[in-house]
Design a protein around this ligand. Structure first.
Ligand code: AMP
Length: 215
């Protein structure tokens, strides 16, 4: 059973890698960012609460996030493992996850820490465009679609996330350094951390991750 965590700053490519590994291993890909964005789209109670934090680049409060994950990982499709993308993001979320797993005699298999320098991150985020239909991710600067603004796979119009703007990005990076970096040290001490250079090609990063999973 693989319980895999993908952690990294915004724009590091953790979501892209999590999707690729989900396709390879055929276990659910649980992205807290996607769950929240869906809730915002549906204008549910969760969505209404989360939107203001997300747009400002702030973290959604821990109790909300822990509740979401607690419910999600108990679902039937998670019984053979899963990938968490974007959770945990704070020490408190990390402790809560470890406790939930402990209570079920489970534990984290590996934590993939995908890192990229700040300058590249900002350009990646500002250029990011996603397909609302199939979830494919493109980048205006680094990986443009064949036709500007249109998804290569399903020809849907690409969208830019409302939180992918300069002000929000700077805040997200600040919050990431303050809240998430300590968590990374925690996993390092527990010998669970694998460092992945997020500035290499998508394919190389994927192969590096797979090589760790085969060990
Ligand atoms: P992401 O798609 O992972 O970059 O997440 C987008 C936004 O959703 C973040 O900037 C946060 O506002 C919120 N979010 C996602 N996951 C979490 C989490 N584990 N804890 C707190 N906020 C989160």
């Amino acid at each position: 059973m693989n319980i895999l965590l993908f952690i990294g700053p915004p724009g590091s490519g953790k979501g892209t890698q999590a999707i690729l590994i989900h396709q390879e291993l055929d276990i659910p890909h649980i992205s807290t960012g996607d769950i929240l964005r869906d809730a915002v789209k549906e204008n549910s109670e969760l969505g209404k609460k989360a939107k203001k934090y997300m747009d400002a680049g702030d973290l959604v409060p821990d109790d909300i996030m822990i509740g979401i994950i607690r419910e999600r990982i108990l679902k039937e499709d998670c019984r053979n493992g899963y990938i968490l993308d974007g959770f945990p993001r704070t020490t408190l979320q990390g402790e809560a996850l470890e406790k939930m797993l402990d209570d079920n005699n489970q534990s984290i298999t590996r934590v993939f820490y995908i890192d990229v320098e700040d300058e590249v991150l900002v350009k990646r985020i500002l250029g990011r465009q996603t397909c609302p239909q199939c979830g494919a991710v493109f980048n205006k600067y680094f990986q443009p679609p064949q036709e500007e603004g249109i998804c290569d796979n399903c020809e849907f119009k690409l969208i830019t996330r409302t939180d992918d703007n300069e002000q929000s990005i700077q805040n997200r990076l600040k919050k990431y350094k303050a809240n998430t970096l300590p968590l990374i040290n925690h996993f390092k001490e527990k010998d669970l951390l694998v460092n992945i250079d997020g500035s290499q090609t998508i394919e190389d990063a994927k192969n590096q991750i797979l090589s760790y999973l085969e060990r």
